[in-house]
Design a protein around this ligand. Structure first.
Ligand code: PMP
Length: 397
């Protein structure tokens, strides 16, 4: 019996929470665990731009034949333009190579496996804290994980000196995972000068950045959010990007992202990219088409692109509004602890500072689900659930 001695895996800290939430019979329960955008009505609808693109595809799609290993060509082009800007020299010099991949997760996994099997880079530095799945993905691919300090609990801000100090310990060729924007879980991003300093350090030490870019458009804007990536990109000869359209196109279950490799020149990039494709071939052969066709249709059709940009803006602004409402309502509930830092943070998440016991109490007594680290998905807040959440927090503090 080969399964008898298989130990049960521990529940995933985030997806396990959603399972528990679904089983909870209470009607006023709130899920602030998983990072999924909700409208003020608490729904996660299909974007209008996506529906319009799908209608167009239904009319025009002529075949379900296999895609190439790297996916939809037009998609890979529009991804590069979104990442680096349409006039980027990285694109015009032919240094960038993109393969469509299943979500940000699949993109990170392909990147990691390619690196482990084909390069000297076997160590990856990740921020402390980082998205819980980073460690799973990188360890499964065979990378060794080291951490650089990032979040300063005392100031609820970025411990930038500690971050640079730790990265200064990295060795030539080590990988550095950088969150392009909207750091998950802290909601804290480096500012312009800090990105510049990161770029200088990474270049001087000849480290290799791997960008995780899962929230483009959720911070300050679609173009604005790429500033950190572009600053670092201008300073180093080679790097990788794993991006995702789960959040900014609401295409969670289509599993659509991309892995982009940038090399010092086109010839070297072509060689390296052939190994990225080999990695994909051995994993899932070639990607599914639908998500990529939606994104490429939207981004290459000016009217649809304009609708999408407006929808991203709406999502971004609603989250920012919820941040302010949350801080204001906590104060109105008589909470003395200062939560104002939450209103300035970026993206879907914030570190609330709530401890494990308080998080547990919120779940058992009030049906409010938050990740054990105290990470809150602000994107799950609505004008009607914020008062419920704040009253409960006031009671557990
Ligand atoms: N990176 C980060 C930082 C994320 O938060 C997420 C999604 N939670 C991902 C990558 C993966 O996204 P996807 O669902 O596209 O795999």
């Amino acid at each position: 019996m080969i399964f008898t001695n298989v130990a049960a895996a521990p529940a995933d800290p985030i997806l396990g929470l959603t399972e528990a939430f679904k089983k909870d019979p209470r009607e006023d329960k709130v899920n602030l665990g998983v990072g999924v955008y909700k409208t003020d009505a608490g729904l996660t609808p299909v974007l209008k731009s996506v529906k319009l693109a799908e209608e167009k595809l239904l009319q025009e799609e002529t075949s379900k034949n296999y895609l190439g290993i790297e996916g939809v060509q037009l998609y890979n082009k529009v991804v590069q333009e979104l990442l680096f800007g349409a006039n980027s020299s990285i694109i015009s010099e032919g240094r960038a190579f993109t393969a469509q991949a299943p979500g940000g997760t699949g993109s990170l996994r392909v990147a990691a496996e390619f690196l482990v099997n084909n390069t000297e880079s076997k160590v990856i530095w990740v921020s402390n804290p980082t998205w819980a799945n980073h460690k799973n993905i990188f360890e499964a691919a065979g990378l060794t994980i080291k951490e650089y300090r990032y979040y300063d609990a005392a100031t609820q801000g970025l411990d930038f000196e500690a971050m640079l100090g730790d990265l200064a310990q990295a060795e030539q060729g080590d990988l550095v995972l950088l969150h392009g924007c909207c750091h998950n879980p802290s909601g804290i991003d480096p500012v312009t000068e800090q990105w510049q300093a990161i770029a200088e350090l990474v270049a001087a030490k000849q480290l290799v950045p791997l960008f995780d870019f899962a929230y483009q458009g959720f911070g300050d804007g679609v173009e604005e959010d790429a500033a950190g990536l572009r600053t670092v990109a201008a300073a180093v000869p080679e790097f990788l990007v794993a991006n995702s359209f789960s959040k900014n196109f609401g295409l969670y279950n289509e599993r659509i992202g991309a892995v982009t490799l940038v090399a010092k020149d086109q010839a070297e990039g072509e060689k390296a990219f052939s190994q990225v494709k080999r990695t994909i071939r051995a994993n899932y052969s070639n990607p599914p088409a639908h998500g990529a066709l939606i994104v490429s249709t939207i981004l290459s059709t000016p009217e649809l692109k304009a609708i999408w940009e407006n929808e991203v803006k709406e999502m971004r602004e609603r989250i920012a509004k919820m941040r302010l409402l949350f801080v204001k309502t906590l104060a109105a509930e008589g909470v003395e602890q200062d939560f104002s830092f939450i209103s300035g943070q970026k993206g879907m998440f914030s570190f609330s500072g709530l401890n494990k016991q308080q998080v547990e109490q919120l779940k058992t007594e009030f049906g409010i689900y938050i990740v054990g680290s105290g990470r809150i998905s602000v994107a799950g807040m609505t004008t009607s659930n914020v008062p419920v959440i704040c009253q409960a927090i006031a009671k557990v503090l």
